[in-house]
Write a protein that binds this ligand. Structure first.
Ligand SMILES: [Zn+2]
Length: 271
């Protein structure tokens, strides 16, 4: 649980997540994020910074330090790098870095009230901000997304999004819109992006995706009707691929990878 008003003691060994704009200080050597007592690390005077306790990792407390753009004060610890570099190395560390990044993003974007424009204050007992004038309260934003592996016989539907790196194919995904259930969002996204109908929706697992604040809800489904008709605004290429001849797909550590592997197992069990 995030504790907004707890600061580390100087001799307490802890994890340091020093964040700015979706980037976090990463060290050259393991464990890749600065770890140790405040007194032993080349840290600046933290009185000048927003510091929050984020929870625990491997029985040690984790602290978020919100750095400033272009801040050189932390250069003795490591370099600011994208959260993505931690994704494929250490799942628990990535999850905590993701939390740090999302909490920092929330505090940075909720300094003023969206209703009346007055200054917001941080609530002491939970992670929220509240307007000093009209009492409007805000909580960190989480944006649910559905992600679905669709199978047809021995084939899987895979497509290349415009932002995917060259040669990489993945399963379909999209944001849930206001007022939609997850199932409605799934049917709508699949129709909009691929022009097909699906059934046998099955929810399996989820993954927080801190770019910047998504929560991926992982489904499998089965093709029901319709010819593939890709949305050219979202997708460059896509097709039904036999599970024995899949193109390059997302690596282990991603929910897409888990859903593709699960679908292959389902197809094998069904055939
Ligand atoms: Zn207000």
């Amino acid at each position: 649980m995030v504790k907004p008003n707890v600061r580390p003691a100087a001799d307490e060994p802890c994890w340091w997540f020093i964040v700015v704009a979706g980037e976090v200080i990463v060290t050259d050597a393991s464990p890749r994020v600065p770890f140790g007592c405040q007194a032993d690390l080349p840290l600046p005077d933290l009185q000048d910074y927003t510091v929050l306790q984020l929870g625990e990792l491997r029985e040690r407390p984790c602290y978020l330090v919100m750095a400033d753009y272009g801040d050189q004060q932390f250069s003795g610890l490591g370099e600011f790098q994208s959260l993505r570099v931690l994704l494929f190395e250490d799942e628990a560390l990535f999850a905590m870095a993701g939390r740090a990044s999302q909490v920092a993003e929330f505090l940075l974007t909720h300094r003023y009230c969206g209703r009346c424009g007055s200054r917001m204050e941080t609530i002491e007992w939970e992670l929220a901000t509240q307007c000093s004038r009209c009492s409007h309260r805000c909580y960190p934003r989480i944006s649910p997304c559905i992600i679905v592996a669709i199978r047809r016989g021995r084939q899987l539907l895979l497509a290349r999004g415009k932002r995917h790196k060259a040669g990489l194919y993945s399963i379909l995904a999209g944001f849930v819109e206001t007022g939609e259930s997850l199932e409605q969002a799934l049917h709508r996204e699949v129709m909009e992006e691929a022009g097909i109908e699906v059934n046998q929706l099955q929810y399996h697992f989820s993954q927080p995706w801190p770019f910047p604040h998504s929560l991926m809800m992982g489904y499998t489904a089965v093709w029901q009707a319709g010819q593939l008709r890709l949305d050219p605004l979202e997708l460059e290429q896509g097709d039904w691929f036999d599970i024995d001849q899949l193109p390059q797909t997302p690596p282990a550590g991603t929910i897409a990878h888990r859903l593709i592997e699960l679908s292959k197992a389902l197809i094998t069990a069904e055939s």
